[in-house]
Design a binder for this molecule. Structure first.
Ligand code: GSH
Length: 203
């Protein structure tokens, strides 16, 4: 398997999942500005969607969309226990969190990452993110992880969005459970390895 990634982007979530899974994988960095991969390939010819993450399977099939990729990884390494079994109630809780992080948190960062977006759009995005993170913080004030009080692929994804929040100065000091969660995740060996492999710092 090969994961196409960009340092610190949402592809860090499947990267963490791959390390946690113990499955064998390779990495290929994508320069999202030039559209080239580190081996010089035209990324659009590999993933016509043009964005990361993408997971190239040994069969030659390409999987895209972070929430799908992390579940594929988890289901192919059941002994790593990084997602509840398909069909279990907890599995729907996992997909509920993945959906929430994907559409309500990840995508809400859009205006903050876009230099051309107007200040009002940025302010609205910050307000929305505050509400979205407040909901997660309430859950994490009573639970160490998002699903069944044990690490799952949803935690890796949430961690990535908390790194972004910290990096761009979103004030989450009202939610100490989020800071504590990010710190806890920073200690996980798989997270330490993923950050080091991507050449990005611990924040
Ligand atoms: N729907 C996709 C979105 C992935 C996404 O937003 N990727 C960003 C990095 S975090 C990206 O590659 N952006 C560059 C682009 O859209 O061209 C998913 O959930 O995997």
């Amino acid at each position: 398997m090969k994961l196409y990634y960009s340092p610190g982007a949402c592809s860090l979530s499947p990267h963490i999942a791959l390390i946690e899974s113990g499955l064998h994988f390779e990495l290929e960095k994508v320069d999202l500005k030039s559209g080239k991969t580190e081996s010089g390939a035209d990324y659009a010819s590999i993933n016509p969607k043009g964005y990361v993450p993408a997971l190239l399977l040994d069969s030659g099939s390409l999987l895209t969309e972070g929430p799908t990729i992390v579940q594929y990884i988890a289901d192919h390494a059941p002994s790593a226990r990084i997602a509840p079994k398909p069909g279990a109630m907890a599995r729907y809780q996992l997909t509920e969190w993945l959906g929430y992080i994907n559409s309500e948190i990840h995508k809400a960062f859009g205006p903050l990452f876009d230099r051309s977006s107007p200040e009002e759009a940025k302010a609205a995005a910050r307000k929305k993110l505050d509400r979205r993170f407040a909901y997660v913080a309430r859950h994490l004030s009573e639970h160490a992880y998002l699903v069944e009080d044990t690490f799952s692929v949803a935690d890796g994804y949430l961690f990535v969005t908390l790194r972004w929040a910290k990096a761009i100065g979103i004030d989450l000091s009202a939610y100490p459970s989020l800071d504590a969660f990010r710190e806890r995740m920073n200690q996980r060996p798989a997270v330490v390895s993923a950050l080091s492999e991507e050449g990005i710092e611990v924040i």
